[in-house]
Design a binder for this molecule. Structure first.
Ligand SMILES: NC(=O)c1ccc[n+]([C@@H]2O[C@H](COP(=O)([O-])OP(=O)(O)OC[C@H]3O[C@@H](n4cnc5c(N)ncnc54)[C@H](OP(=O)(O)O)[C@@H]3O)[C@@H](O)[C@H]2O)c1
Length: 257
């Protein structure tokens, strides 16, 4: 059985991946939709033309990841596409935020993504694809969003390395690095802090980001950066010393506050 696995399918970017893949992926017979909120997953499953399996899992829990592993061992599917979208961010100063919420970002954004990738690879063959949701936050450390940005640097680094490692097996890995995308992500992210006002000008719509990501993955691109503003930011982060850029960001923040 050919399947596609999508984590974070109950909301935002993951949900939009399911919608667009439903229109485009003909060779996939079943979607496996993963997140904690079963009702949201069931609602989405009901709207898809593909058969969909709802897997309400909390990927920060060892026993839930184990349940997924056991299901793979039982069903032995061919995973054509894995899309890792589960993730969250909390803005605010490092020392002022709850420790558990900060380590939770590492658990979900890094550890769970790593586990899901590791567990899925044995069920992938040539032309299978992995899409990892990193972020433009991966390009530069972010005071006020420190753990999140560090977690996304991890995702970008891991994905680029795996892209090389898995090339010989014909498995393509794409790290998707959007700037701000209009999704419920910010409801939680901005509870204790706010993003730079300048970033709000760069906010983009989720359907465009996902369409670009699927195109990039189809073409075998290792890194996908959507929108001219974020591509310019990416270039700046490659060209200028990060200490200098951080000083500029600090000045913009001081002006805004
Ligand atoms: N929106 C942006 O501006 C933006 C920009 C760059 C990158 N990203 C990245 O894109 C990804 C998707 O974000 P989004 O914008 O779509 O945010 P979102 O709408 O808040 O979606 C986050 C998803 O993660 C799932 N999730 C949260 N905790 C989970 C857990 N413990 N176990 C399993 N799933 C869990 C949520 O489902 P449940 O609550 O049902 O579990 C939800 O489906 C994230 O990795 C985010 O860092 C977002």
């Amino acid at each position: 059985m050919n399947i596609a696995v999508i984590t974070g399918a109950s909301s935002g970017i993951g949900k939009e991946f399911a919608r667009q893949m439903d229109e485009g992926l003909r060779r996939v017979e079943e979607f496996w939709l993963i997140a904690r909120r079963k009702d949201q997953l069931e609602e989405l499953a009901g709207k898809l033309s593909h058969r969909a399996r709802v897997l309400p899992l909390d990927l920060t829990l060892r026993e839930d990841v184990k349940r997924f592993h056991l299901l793979l061992q039982k069903e032995k599917p061919q995973i054509r596409l894995l899309v890792n979208c589960s993730g969250y961010g909390i803005m605010g100063n490092f020392a002022g935020l709850e420790l558990e919420e900060q380590t939770g970002m590492i658990d979900l954004n890094c550890r769970a993504l790593t586990e899901m990738t590791y567990l899925c690879i044995p069920y992938m063959k040539r032309k299978s694809r992995i899409i990892q949701l990193a972020s433009s936050a991966a390009f530069l450390p972010q005071p006020g969003f420190a753990v999140y940005a560090a977690s996304k640097s991890y995702v970008l680094s891991l994905s680029r390395a795996l892209s090389e490692e898995l090339a010989g097996r014909g498995i393509r890995v794409t790290a998707v690095c959007p700037g701000p995308v209009r999704t419920p992500f910010f409801d939680r992210a901005e509870r204790d802090g706010t993003t730079l006002a300048i970033k709000k000008y760069a906010i983009v719509e989720v359907d465009a980001v996902v369409r670009d990501a699927l195109r990039a993955s189809g073409r075998g691109k290792t890194v996908c950066v959507y929108s001219p503003a974020i591509r310019a930011f990416h270039l700046l982060c490659k060209v200028f010393p990060h200490g200098w850029l951080l000083a500029v960001v600090g000045k913009i923040k001081a002006k805004e506050s």
